[in-house]
Design a protein around this ligand. Structure first.
Ligand code: UDP
Ligand code: MG
Length: 479
């Protein structure tokens, strides 16, 4: 029987702005609960001083322990490390940004005393946008149909687990972890109740759109093999359709004589079949990749220090000069990567423009088709460059600024073209190419400025102190 009644496990990544308020609030809630408590923090490779703060908490209070990773391994790894550290008869898992209210802990413990092994506070969807709500509901509908375990809308990682539930979670050896599925998979008596969703106390959410999408895919693939089954069903369906079509053709030839073979039919069949084959290969590839990943038997994280191994204050962030050098190098490689992505997206958008233009040309005047095609490609370019090139959520203000980049591109390339042809006597086609090449980096910089201006630069930890945090609601929890 463990001497600890309760362990609170808190994964933290760059939470220096929020962690002190969180810690004070948590202590004020835990104080009346008496002895036998511990708080297990996990620093998931923060670069903003979170680790130093955790060391301070542990030095001041014997009930506080921490483990710090050598780099950022992700929230799943941090939760696993926290569960491994915990020694309590009950373990509460919660975020460090006060989106999981510590005031709910007594109620969770009360329900646990009534015999429940899992107590799950479920957040409502207050404050989420309409589009976000629709996407979330669609995702859950899909998950309910596809997954072998039940994942409830609004129930995240915030929960109380009994010791036997924690031990069962720790028995699962997989390194591709999707905790929401794992918690559901272990079973035991579970109860849930609703609480009001709230915004982060400080700092920014670490879940960008791409990370969230990957997390959603992980969730879908971790707990079922239905996508593989679906690929087989689709194959069957296409095979029998093709058979029926072949029969129909034979009957048709027998009744009406031979026709000229249809080029369009052949092409459609080839394209459809290649699409299905590629999709199937992608699904199989995902599973094979996962098997490869699991077969390597890598540990899910690497520990840098713990409260037990590090009695003296740990070294802080690197000296200002070194940090600036590192940041400059990282900034340069980020710009090169962004520029490559900008160029690729430019090609995609040209194709989109041409596709829309050629299609609409049949039904409307060519100038109107040009305007629609251009508008669609600018919107597409804005969204793709926001999400992929810069890796941020698009805003209306950025959208209004964005066409400036296209306008400057048009004017500057026109001026350069004119100077090259009339001033230098260059060939017109060559001059157009040269003007385009010269102007592209400028459009890239302008497009990036339009998307990022007025936001925190780069990683959340770079945000200047006192700057207003972007509005963000819990996101990993909403999936
Ligand atoms: N977190 C973590 N590692 C990560 C990202 C997040 O340990 O790589 C922690 C983070 O510090 C917070 C919790 O996981 O305590 C939830 O993160 P966040 O608030 O960014 O997610 P959201 O609430 O937006 O889903
Ligand atoms: Mg949060």
């Amino acid at each position: 029987m463990t001497a600890f009644q309760l362990s609170v496990v808190v994964p933290c990544f760059n939470e220096a702005e929020a962690i002190e308020t969180f810690h004070a609030t948590l202590l004020s809630v835990l104080e009346p609960l008496g002895d036998g408590l511990e708080i297990c923090y996990v620093d998931d490779g923060s670069s903003d001083g979170t680790r130093l703060l955790l060391h301070g908490f542990a030095a001041a209070d014997a009930r506080v322990r921490y483990t710090a990773f050598s780099r950022n391994f992700g929230k799943e790894a941090a939760m696993l490390a926290g569960l491994r550290m915990s020694r309590g008869a009950a373990v509460v898992l919660m975020d460090a940004d006060l989106q999981h209210p510590p005031e709910l802990i007594p109620r969770m413990l009360e329900l646990h005393r009534h015999g429940y092994d899992q107590v799950i506070p479920r957040r409502d969807r207050r404050g989420d946008g309409v589009l976000r709500n629709a996407l979330t509901h669609t995702y859950y509908a899909l998950v309910r149909r596809c997954m072998d375990v039940e994942v409830i809308d609004g129930s995240g990682d915030f929960r109380l687990l009994s010791r036997r539930a924690v031990d069962s979670v720790l028995l699962l050896p997989e390194s591709n972890r999707f905790s929401k599925g794992i918690f559901s998979w272990i079973g035991f008596d579970t109860v849930s109740f609703r609480y009001r969703n709230s915004e982060r106390a400080a700092g920014q959410s670490k879940w960008g759109s791409r990370r969230l999408l990957n997390y959603g895919i992980d969730g879908l693939l971790s707990f079922n093999n239905r996508p593989l089954r679906l690929a087989i069903y689709t194959g069957f369906w296409v095979f029998f359709s093709a058979l029926a079509y072949a029969l129909w053709t034979v009957v048709n030839v027998a009744l009406n004589g031979a026709e000229t073979p249809g080029y369009a039919t052949l092409l459609t069949a080839v394209v459809a079949l290649s699409g299905i084959q590629l999709m199937t290969l992608g699904v199989i590839g995902e599973y094979v990749g996962r098997i490869y990943h699991e077969a390597k038997h890598r540990p899910p994280y690497v520990v840098r220090e713990t409260s037990e191994t590090c009695r003296t204050p740990p070294a802080g962030p690197p000296p200002a000069g070194q940090e600036a050098l590192g940041e400059r190098a990282a900034g340069r490689s980020r710009t090169v990567r962004q520029f490559a992505s900008f160029l690729l997206i430019g090609c995609v958008n040209t194709a989109v423009y041409l596709g829309v233009y050629y299609t609409l040309n049949r039904w409307m005047p060519y100038l109107a088709a040009h305007v629609v095609g251009f508008t669609v490609s600018v919107i597409g370019s804005f969204l793709l460059n926001s999400y992929i090139t810069v890796g941020t959520r698009p805003t209306w203000r950025a959208f209004v600024r964005y066409p400036l980049s296209s306008a400057v591109n048009l004017v500057a390339s026109g001026v350069l073209l004119y100077l090259a042809v009339t001033g230098l006597g260059m060939d017109k086609n060559l001059a157009a190419l040269a003007a385009g090449v010269l102007v592209t980096p400028v459009s890239f910089l302008l497009a990036r400025w339009a998307i990022t201006s007025g936001r925190a630069a780069g990683a959340p930890q770079n945000r200047p102190a006192g700057a207003r945090p972007e509005r963000s609601m819990s996101r990993s929890d909403s999936l």
